[in-house]
Design a protein around this ligand. Structure first.
Ligand code: BES
Ligand code: ZN
Ligand code: ZN
Length: 501
């Protein structure tokens, strides 16, 4: 998809679809809407009344063209109330435009959301938000389809007569295109069926990212034997039921100049979670190819680093494994000693993510990073708490949580903070080991999972854990621009956050 920004009159555009925004209850006698109405031979005014169109977010009105305009169709999308116009609203509106054009089988769009108040926006950030939503909306996963069904949009023009700095906007669009590439890589990895996305395949995908970077990104892979040497017994315990060999992946990026900070990103990389001997019931196993979405977010982010070139040293850690039942599988009640010497009672083999993360977090901290951030499809409980579209963040440093929440909001991903209160520590106390991998009670499972991970974080180590079990995989559409399936959640937040450091 080609995206560009032009300072022009949107009504003169030659795109297949012209899209304009309208605020909620906006006076349609303003010059811009009057002109639109005029070009549509009075149909805008009429249809607004007939359909009782208010301009609320998510609403739209579609018109066939008229003799006055080149385009085949004309779309008016609601922008909601003008006082709280945020980037995420523009993203929803842009998504609706792309979705409409796709349905109509069109290939180019010209959109104008600024109207009179282009001055209220920072051109680069606004263009980045709109362009990234367009790119994300244009994604489809057709690898396994004999008939490639969907037509995609090839050209988007972000138009505004009052855009002050087109060059700035163009910079934002370039960033957006890199971001969308990273998000799409993560989505492809997660959407690929587990049969074709084993730990070895995941490692190969990480390797490809390194290869394409022309030496900017390095990668080290550790096999089972090497992991055993590093005493990663919690990680290996999860893998022992599967015939697929585990792989521990270490990606690294160093800036050409001075590095401001060292950041470690850790992603849960369970390529399929059957639950192990604590086998998942009913349809809970159906979407478990998504259990490496944390790893996919890390790999997707790394795929952007060679182009974005942040002044940070960044490391990525993924303990990649399947979680399968078999005669070799770990049993409920078994005790293992993780690489930081903590012993774990594995009371439930379906709480496997925290076991793999225990060793990955230990490995990450050996570099003494300024920040450790892990992303994991960790608990169904987090989905009970926050639903399908919002991730939960837990951190031992309030400032770190705040900065990640801000980056999430600015990039269009939803995130909410959950507490790491130590009084719940008693719930993961074990009779036989230092800690137990599930809680004694049925409530607060996202929090006890966070507290379990904290046992593997050193006292002075700033760390944040993001539970992405909900938003990593959309079982139904999230708003207008995120379709069913893998979402690439986390990539946008991580890139924003790394860029803000
Ligand atoms: N991978 C799951 C969590 C999950 C659930 C991710 C739904 C995405 C969607 C995780 O390994 C798991 O099975 N967690 C258990 C923990 C329980 C056994 C304490 C859960 O949430 O039920
Ligand atoms: Zn599980
Ligand atoms: Zn899992």
């Amino acid at each position: 998809m080609q995206i560009k920004c032009v300072k022009d009159d949107v009504f003169q555009s030659r795109a297949d679809l012209i899209v304009i925004g309208m605020y909620e209850n906006e006076d349609i006698r303003n010059p811009f809407l009057l002109k639109a109405d005029d070009l549509l031979t009075g149909r805008l005014n009429r249809l607004i009344n007939v359909k009782d169109f208010k301009g609320t977010l998510g609403e739209s009105l579609l018109f066939s063209s008229s003799a006055e305009i080149f385009s085949e169709y004309f779309l008016v999308v609601g922008l909601g109330k003008p006082d709280v116009l945020s980037y995420s609203k523009l993203q929803e509106a842009a998504g609706l435009a792309v979705q409409t054009a796709k349905k109509l089988g069109l290939s180019s769009i010209a959109m104008e959301f600024f109207g009179e108040d282009a001055d209220n926006f920072r051109a680069d950030e606004t263009a980045e938000a709109i362009a990234s939503a367009c790119g994300i909306a244009n994604y489809s996963f057709d690898t396994y389809k004999e008939k490639k069904p969907q037509k995609t949009i090839t050209n988007v023009i972000i138009v505004g007569e009052n855009i002050r700095d087109v060059r700035q906007a163009q910079k934002g669009i370039e960033r957006a295109q890199i971001i969308v590439d990273g998000v799409s890589i993560a989505r492809d990895l997660v959407n690929t069926p587990a049969k074709d996305m084993t730990p070895s395949h995941l490692a190969q995908a990480a390797q490809e990212v390194a290869q394409k970077s022309q030496g900017i990104i390095r990668i080290k892979l550790y096999d089972r034997k090497e992991c055993l040497k590093k005493e990663m017994n919690a990680f290996l315990a999860v893998s022992q039921g599967s015939i697929e060999p585990p792989v521990f992946i270490h990606l690294s990026y160093k800036p050409s100049g001075r590095s401001k900070k060292l950041v470690a990103l850790v992603g849960k990389g369970v390529t399929f979670d059957s639950g192990g001997l604590s086998l998942k019931l009913g349809n809970y196993m159906e979407t478990m190819k998504c259990d490496m979405a944390g790893a996919a977010a890390v790999i997707g982010t790394f795929a952007t680093l060679a182009r974005l070139k942040p002044s940070l040293e960044i490391h990525g850690f993924i303990a990649a494994t399947e979680n399968m039942p078999s005669g070799n599988a770990i049993r409920p009640g078994d005790v293992v000693r993780a690489s930081n010497k903590t012993t774990i009672e594995i009371a439930n083999t379906d709480a496997e993510g925290r076991l793999t993360l225990a060793d990955a977090l230990t490995q990450a901290q050996k570099l003494k990073p300024d920040f450790v951030i892990d992303l994991a499809t960790l608990t169904g409980a987090c989905m009970v708490a926050l639903g399908e579209e919002i991730s939960g963040i837990m951190s031992n440093r309030p400032e770190l949580a705040q900065s990640l929440l801000k980056s999430a909001q600015e990039s269009g991903e939803q995130m909410w903070e959950l507490p790491l209160f130590s009084n719940y520590d008693k719930l993961i106390k074990s009779e036989v080991a230092d800690v137990k991998n599930i809680s004694t009670v049925n409530y607060g499972g996202a929090l006890t999972a966070g507290l379990f991970l904290q046992r593997f974080i050193k006292e002075n180590q700033p760390w944040a854990h993001i539970d992405i079990a909900g938003p990593a995989f959309a079982e139904r559409e999230f708003g207008s621009y995120i379709s069913k399936g893998a979402t690439g959640y986390g990539v946008r937040t991580l890139i924003k956050w790394l860029g803000s450091m």
